[in-house]
Write a protein that binds this ligand. Structure first.
Ligand code: DHB
Length: 368
């Protein structure tokens, strides 16, 4: 088949290493989207090329270069962590290739290249909602504990600012390394400080370790609540966290328990295709990212190169398994509902059950 009849998506994901669950979730979601929607779109045959960057940004960059130069991909996608997205941004700009960020969630990523379009979320988006909820629910004094890199810094900053605005207090801000984190010394410190709550951001895959050590240290029994963005009660791990996780309140854009018919269909199909694996927020970022790419290809039929494709991605509005979703044409960032959720047992399994919603939240990081 002639080159011009194929449309190539270069999907770079951490398939091995510390962020491997992110890669596994997004790969499964992308394949599900293609199985449901076919691979002949706008007269082109869609080809998915998956590369493992092991979540090392230098590797992400090299793979992106190879995909653009050798494979001549039409779109770059994936980006399991912020450093990977930032390492790829310049390549997207130079080659005029749209870069669909399906996972990474530091606010500034969309500003690193005019070719970035994001289908995940931002930490400011998720954090502010929780800082509005907490002081109204008896949580005045909080210690923050975040992974020491882009999304953690965003979470810490935006949670703190809004807490202070709402009359709350942040008594200490702790940062733990992204690579091989040991939470024990930090949690010991939190225990001594005895805040009303500990606010946590850790990336997808690290939540179970935080939960385990939090409970082992008897922090809950000492009257310290665990709160955070939904990364900590990640659907990929939540069901294995045990009853100690019950009652934990988080804010996020996606729960596998989101009660819409579209989400039920998505979760059922995902589990059926993946031996019962429950989709998490990374899966939904990948699924919606494929949707954004497919719809742009339908509109352009592959004509006009990266710029035409990018233009057709901007402003897309649709129903996602997460709820309504919009790609802001100005910022190329996702506008979406943020839900407050509490871990509950339902049908014998642990889920993040949504109990409140803040509608159509733009990234608060963009206003400054
Ligand atoms: C990022 C990675 C994650 O796994 C997550 O849950 C949130 C943000 C990031 O690196 O941007």
């Amino acid at each position: 088949m002639a080159q011009s009849n194929t449309f190539k998506i270069g999907l770079i994901l951490p398939m091995t290493g510390q962020q491997a669950t992110t890669g596994r979730q997004i790969e499964a979601a992308a394949k599900l989207y293609m199985a449901q929607n076919g691979d002949m779109i706008g007269g082109k045959k869609v080809e998915l090329i998956i590369k493992d960057d092991t979540s090392i940004p230098d590797v992400t960059k090299r793979l992106a270069q190879e995909l653009v130069v050798n494979d001549k991909v039409n779109v770059l996608a994936g980006m399991g962590i912020t450093p990977s997205a930032l390492a790829t941004a310049a390549i997207a700009t130079q080659s005029k290739t749209p870069l669909v960020v399906m996972a990474a969630a530091t606010s500034s990523i969309t500003e690193a290249s005019p070719y970035v379009v994001r289908t995940s979320f931002t930490l400011p988006q998720a954090s502010v909602a929780l800082a509005d909820w907490a002081p109204k629910n008896g949580i005045k004094k909080v210690v923050t504990l975040v992974s020491d890199y882009g999304p953690g810094i965003d979470a810490e900053k935006f949670f703190k600012e809004r807490m202070l605005f709402n009359g709350g207090q942040i008594t200490e801000s702790l940062r733990v390394p992204l690579r091989n984190p040991d939470f024990a010394p930090f949690l010991q410190k939190v225990r001594d400080l005895k805040p009303d709550a500990l606010f946590v951001f850790v990336p997808s895959g690290a939540g179970a370790a935080v939960m385990k050590q939090f409970l082992e240290r008897g922090m809950d029994k000492a009257g310290i609540k665990l709160i955070g963005t939904g990364d900590v009660t990640d659907d990929d791990q939540l069901n294995d966290m045990g009853d100690g996780a019950l009652g934990v309140v988080t804010s996020h854009h996606y729960s596998a328990a989101h009660p819409s018919p579209l989400n039920k269909k998505f979760v059922d199909a995902f589990q059926k295709a993946n031996k019962g694996l429950r989709p998490n927020f990374m899966a939904v970022g990948g699924y919606d990212g494929m949707r954004v790419i497919y719809e742009a290809l339908k509109v352009t039929k592959g004509n006009g190169g990266g710029d035409a494709l990018l233009a057709a991605m901007k402003g897309q509005i649709f129903e996602s398994p997460r709820g309504p979703m919009f790609i802001d044409a100005q910022t190329r960032d996702v506008v979406q509902n943020i839900y407050l959720r509490k871990v509950e047992r339902k049908d014998g399994q642990l889920y993040n059950i949504e109990f409140d919603v803040i509608k159509d939240v733009k990234d608060p990081g963009k206003a400054r």
